[in-house]
Design a protein around this ligand. Structure first.
Ligand code: CUK
Ligand code: CUA
Ligand code: CA
Length: 636
């Protein structure tokens, strides 16, 4: 739990005249919410969905969560952008979209995918689509450390890292030998040494066209990625496939759900058995096996590949009901919950039993302390700090709030009601997430439920509908729906991080590694980026170095020859926060962001003779329209 009295209070400069008001607002939001809402809930009666609340009660409950103009949100929400390939930053509780972080996609505004710096991160011939599902922040001792965000790309089997100081992607890796990186989580403790990544689809090995019909020989792997180096440390072969994953709070175990224990390639086949499984990975034993050289490698990569199939000492398989989906570790670190999907149940694992399981003192199912019914289509579970769990019921279009301890009692035969409330959501929820809920600091304030369908909730925008991300107040005894938020394709998952844990730069450091290669190139060309505008010709390659200060580019014209490969390098010397410039070369598909103190570059072929205007397209000054220049292309 966060102590709002000291270190975790929002970091606000007290010299700022507006600051004291922000602090007051945030303290009120942070501390006051719970008690007042419990009162309201008591008056209305437990078990009543927000949709049924009297209008006045809803209005007063809403105003408590409103963030007025100029006020700051309490939490950062980091949202997966699904198959848009990006990550998004929202403010919670306002649900305002604050920023988009292009990751696997091309972004016209920032030039991500167009600039040399972003191409360096993406890789020369990178595919320019992505399918993001699971954004997670690096942790130390089970708490967010504000350093990195990680996200998967199911579409092209990649994992990306985002630097939280500038909120830009700084590394992308393709995981070798697998297809479709889906479930992704970080090692929670002692620190995020590994990012754990599930490869979902089984495939032939080697995938050389010779064993395509030998379906039984297909396999997939669980991957440990070194979070600092962004390299795959090891891969471990499993039986069945891999869907979602999570980790414990000791750093010893990670575990993944499998919906295709059948090893089928058709839909019916994946539903043939009544049970699939959770596979548990013993990280210490895996590391020891790698160290001892107890691995092989696959053609085309030198990543250690271990055997984690049934019978391996590195893994254990626990049968769970039909086609499970999400796996979620409770903030206390005591339990993890597998969500049944085709079974109306959730399965509760007691994590401190895993040592005994690996010592073969108990059987796999002895780690299960409850398996209870919640409703139809349980997909994902989130937690508050009061022992309650919140599970999305996809088919029922509801969130089921239940108590974990009571569920365990009920499973052992005691006549207790473990279900506390069911709240309608609109419609068909996938993931949900609570504020700080995947860390030790779970604070039980808000729950977001991410719906796959919005149907009638918003103005029609043609056949394609937005998703609907709903914000729910969970600080009281009953859940209350307080906001509908349309979002573009498709936030599978999100996390909500208290704003005190995220420290971003206001302007770039000139030594920022994200443009270090470009700075090195300038140095080789003998150009001082901070004081020089210069055109360097190197055969048919031309490098155009210029500075920018609102509202002028350092060069208002430069000359090249038709067919030259032109690299424009711009350094924004403005030091004022928010004064970002852009560089767009008309009719050349060239565009980039240059934020204060940033250097950015873009390379293109000057294939058309004549005058070609370039202009600044981030509005920066009263004379922003006048911030422009000419590229003069002479015939060959
Ligand atoms: S998954 Cu999409 S709703 Cu990719 Cu985590 Cu469950
Ligand atoms: Cu510089 Cu607009
Ligand atoms: Ca199955």
């Amino acid at each position: 739990m966060i102590d709002p009295k000291d270190k975790n209070l929002p970091a606000i400069d007290v010299a700022d005249p507006q600051a004291s008001e922000h602090v007051k607002v945030s303290r009120r939001l942070f501390l006051g919410g719970s008690a007042a809402l419990m009162g309201a809930a008591g008056a209305i009666g437990a078990g009543v969905g927000a949709g049924l609340l009297p209008a006045t009660a809803q209005a007063s409950s809403n105003s408590k969560h409103s963030v007025g103009p100029g006020e700051l949100d309490e939490y950062y929400g980091f949202w997966s952008g699904g198959h848009s390939g990006e990550m998004r930053i929202l403010g919670i509780p306002s649900m305002r979209e604050l920023m988009r972080i292009p990751v696997f996609n091309v972004d016209s505004a920032t030039g991500w995918g167009i600039t040399n710096e972003s191409r360096e991160v993406l890789g020369e011939n990178a595919p320019l689509n992505g399918d993001c599902h699971h954004p997670h922040m690096s942790m130390t001792d089970g708490r967010y450390d504000g350093k990195y965000l990680f996200i998967n790309d199911k579409a092209n089997s990649r994992v990306a890292r985002i630097r939280c100081d500038i909120m830009k992607t700084d590394k992308i890796i393709t995981v070798p030998n697998v297809q479709a990186i889906h479930g992704l989580r970080v090692q929670k403790a002692p620190f995020t040494k590994y990012v754990f990544a599930n490869a979902e689809f089984r495939m032939p090995h080697p995938n050389n066209g010779l064993k395509m019909d030998d379906i039984a020989s297909y396999y997939t792997m669980f991957n440990g990625i070194d979070a600092e180096k962004m390299e795959v440390s090891w891969q471990i072969i499993v039986d069945g496939n891999l869907d979602n994953t999570d980790a414990d709070y000791t750093g010893k175990y990670a575990f993944s759900t499998c919906y295709n224990a059948e090893g089928a390639v058709d839909l019916e086949g994946t539903m043939r058995s009544e049970r699939d499984h959770l596979v548990i990975f013993n990280i210490e034993l895996i590391e020891a096996a790698v160290k001892a050289g107890d691995f092989t490698t696959l053609p085309g990569s030198d990543v250690p590949v271990l055997n984690g199939r049934k019978g391996s000492k590195l893994t254990r398989y626990v049968p769970v009901p039909k086609n499970p989906h999400g796996i979620n570790t409770a903030p206390g670190g005591k339990y993890a919950i597998a969500n049944g999907k085709l079974s109306p149940t959730v399965t509760v694992f007691q994590l401190d039993k895993f040592d005994d399981l690996f010592a073969d003192k108990i059987k796999p199912r002895d780690t299960v302390v409850a398996e209870v019914e919640l409703g139809l289509g349980p997909l994902h579970t989130a937690f508050d700090n009061r022992g309650n769990a919140y599970t999305t019921l996809f088919i029922d279009s509801q969130i089921c709030k239940w108590n974990v301890d009571k569920a365990i009692q009920a499973y052992s035969g005691k006549p207790v009601d473990y279900i506390l409330q069911k709240l309608d959501v609109h419609y068909q929820p996938g993931h949900n997430h609570t504020t700080m809920g995947e860390t030790r600091d779970a604070d039980g304030q808000y729950l977001v439920s991410l719906q796959k369908f919005s149907k009638d909730r918003f103005l029609q925008c043609g056949p394609l509908h937005p998703e609907n991300d709903q914000l729910i107040d969970i600080s009281g005894d009953t859940m209350k729906l307080i906001h509908d938020g349309p979002t573009y394709a498709e936030p599978h998952d999100c996390i909500m991080v208290h704003r005190s844990l995220v420290k971003t730069r206001k302007i770039y450091d000139r030594k920022d590694p994200s443009f270090a290669s470009t700075v090195a190139m300038a140095k080789r060309d003998g150009v001082d980026l901070n004081s020089q505008n210069k055109v360097i010709r190197d055969g048919n390659k031309v490098r155009v170095y210029m500075m920018s200060v609102a509202p002028v580019f350092g060069l208002t014209e430069f000359k090249v020859k038709q067919g030259d490969e032109v690299t424009v390098v711009i350094t924004n010397l403005d030091q004022i926060e928010d004064v970002t410039h852009g560089f767009c070369m008309v009719n050349h598909g060239v565009q980039m962001e240059i934020s204060p103190q940033q250097t950015a570059s873009v390379t293109f072929i000057a294939d058309k003779v004549g005058v070609h205007w370039y202009y600044c397209n981030w509005f920066c000054h009263a004379l922003h329209m006048e911030m422009r220049g000419r590229m003069l292309v002479e015939p060959k």
